[in-house]
Write a protein that binds this ligand. Structure first.
Ligand SMILES: Nc1ncnc2c1ncn2[C@@H]1O[C@H](COP(=O)(O)OP(=O)(O)OP(=O)(O)O)[C@@H](O)[C@H]1O
Ligand SMILES: [Mg+2]
Length: 504
């Protein structure tokens, strides 16, 4: 039986055909993959199915009934739940509360029961709580029920979003890049969990994902889009060999495992020095006495599992998070009294994890803001030309609102914006997150070019293999402390690194 069917669905924004007549059928209880390059139209398909957009053409049926054009809440009521590419949790609420907010649809009681606190209300309340905790337990988040959602590492936030979607008791679950930001061992855990969820909750799952390990292992059927159109469809094995898919999407990145390049450049003097840095979230110590050093001209990678403290370290260096202890110096001067906004004029820029671009400003305005410290208009123009040469897609979309860019396009914008101030030190958090395999190659080529132009880089990356191939030196962070350090080549060959992060 077919759960979801798209018949010639089209979505046009202004002059752009984001989806140009896509037809597909998702069998009931299957795990179905929707893949394609950045900007192919995958998230737009999800938005058309879930009622965020009314398609400009075609029809969508769920379990035999038309759903295109229904408002989002009605689509949810039919039994379709989703997660978002950019995490949408209530950051200030607890883990448990984030799941419980989705409970209203599953409740049996009404307003009167709530106002009068009837017995039925209390029973309902208890059963909702039990269900929420059961869902959290599947993702091993039940021991964190009281933690603030924003304090969870990225991978856990993604799992929490899935738990919240399941609280709606859906029959169909649409997941937009659930494995983004997970390392290879976490991604393997997720693979198992998707099967478990499908069987336990009798779900049909549609998965948009750039992690090919996950797609090829869990999906029974795969549909491939490029520029709004279908370019291939079939079993994972067939799709993987299709020359059109190789060219448009997989590139060489899927098969080639780059070796760390021998590096001949002489590192300069110490540019950034971190000593005894500590960061706390409430009672939790995320970074505990961390030491590291970056020399002028180097590309240094900071690698480690989800939640090890990589992003917290970068944010603390960028003064976005307060330090509980320790010191950071840049060009020999302590940053202890430097507010975040002054760091850019000193020559330090951060490209944050999860993009954090300005959604209501255009691409061009986002880039201009990155260059607010550059006074000379001709220097600003040159910087703009340089970043557009690095990411041509941004040049095509100068007037588009940041918030409407695809996930991968937003990632390009975040990196480009950080480069607009022409920093001497670039802090790059997960640049390959949400990037299609063929583009990951291009992003790392761009990083190499940025470095060749004289920018020193501290790189945080879940893709350990790529990070070690690009870097000269690296640090491995384990529960907020540096556990190993050395040249990238040494670490790539270290059995401890291979076992924990390279999936050997
Ligand atoms: N509201 C909108 N207005 C204008 N353009 C849009 C809008 N929404 C999406 N687009 C454009 O449509 C194209 C498809 O976007 P979509 O988000 O569906 O891509 P995607 O396949 O999910 O890509 P990614 O893998 O990078 O997330 C993109 O080029 C995007 O910039
Ligand atoms: Mg997307």
């Amino acid at each position: 039986m077919t759960a979801l069917a798209l018949d010639n669905v089209e979505m046009v924004f202004g002059g752009l055909r984001a989806v140009g007549g896509v037809s597909l059928e998702v069998p009931s209880r299957s795990i179905f993959g929707l893949i394609g390059p950045n900007g192919a139209g995958k998230t737009t398909v999800f938005n058309c199915v879930t009622g965020v957009y009314t398609p400009t053409g075609g029809r969508i049926t769920f379990e035999g009934e038309r759903i295109d054009g229904l408002p989002a809440f009605k689509v949810a009521a039919r039994g379709i739940a989703r997660t978002f590419q950019n995490i949408r949790l209530f950051g200030q609420m607890s883990v448990l509360e984030n799941v419980l907010v989705a409970a209203h649809r599953a409740r049996k009681t009404g307003l009167w029961d709530a106002l009068l606190r009837t017995r039925r209300y209390h029973d309902d309340e208890r059963s909702m709580r039990a269900r929420a905790l059961e869902l959290l337990a599947i993702f091993k988040l039940d021991d964190q029920e009281g933690a603030r959602a924003s304090s969870l590492p990225y991978g856990d936030q993604r799992r929490l979003e899935i738990a919240r979607a399941l609280m709606l008791a859906p029959r169909m679950l649409l997941l937009d890049e659930p494995a983004a930001g997970m390392n290879s061992s976490e991604a393997s855990v997720l693979k198992g969990q998707l099967h478990e969820l499908r069987d336990r909750f009798k779900l049909t799952i549609v998965l948009v994902e750039h992690n090919m390990q996950v797609v090829m292992n869990v999906c029974e059927l795969v549909h491939v889009m490029d520029r709004g159109e279908t370019i291939a469809h079939g079993t994972p094995e067939a799709v993987q060999r299709d020359p059109k898919v190789l060219e448009a999407y997989l590139g060489a990145g899927g098969t080639r495992a780059p070796e760390p390049a021998p590096d001949t450049t002489e590192p300069g003097e110490v540019l950034l020095s971190v000593k005894g840095l500590a960061v706390r979230y409430g009672g939790i110590q995320a970074v505990r006495g961390l030491d590291l050093e970056v020399r002028r001209g180097e590309l240094v990678a900071l690698i480690g599992a989800n939640g090890a403290g990589k992003t917290s370290t970068l944010k603390a260096i960028a003064r976005v998070l307060p330090w509980a202890a320790g010191d950071v110096t840049f060009e020999g001067r302590s940053l202890a009294r430097t507010p975040a906004h002054e760091l850019v004029s000193l020559g330090v820029a951060l490209s944050p994890e999860g993009r954090a671009i300005f959604p209501n400003l255009t691409v061009e305005e986002n880039l201009e803001l990155g260059a607010y410290t550059v006074r000379d208009p001709s220097a600003r123009r040159r910087a703009m030309e340089e970043v557009i040469a690095l990411f041509p897609r941004l040049g095509e979309r100068r007037a588009q609102l940041g918030g409407t860019l695809s996930g991968g396009e937003q990632q390009m914008l975040a990196i480009a914006r950080a480069l607009m101030s022409r920093p001497r030190l670039l802090l790059l958090d997960e640049p390959s997150l949400g990037i299609a395999p063929v583009l990951v190659d291009q992003i790392f080529e761009a990083i190499a070019r940025i470095r060749a132009q004289g920018t020193t880089i501290l790189l945080v990356e879940q893709n350990t293999r790529r990070a070690l191939a690009a870097a000269q030196r690296a640090y491995v962070i384990v529960t907020g402390e540096i556990a190993l350090s050395g040249t990238a080549r040494e670490l790539a060959e270290d059995p401890r690194v291979q076992g924990a992060y390279l999936g050997h």
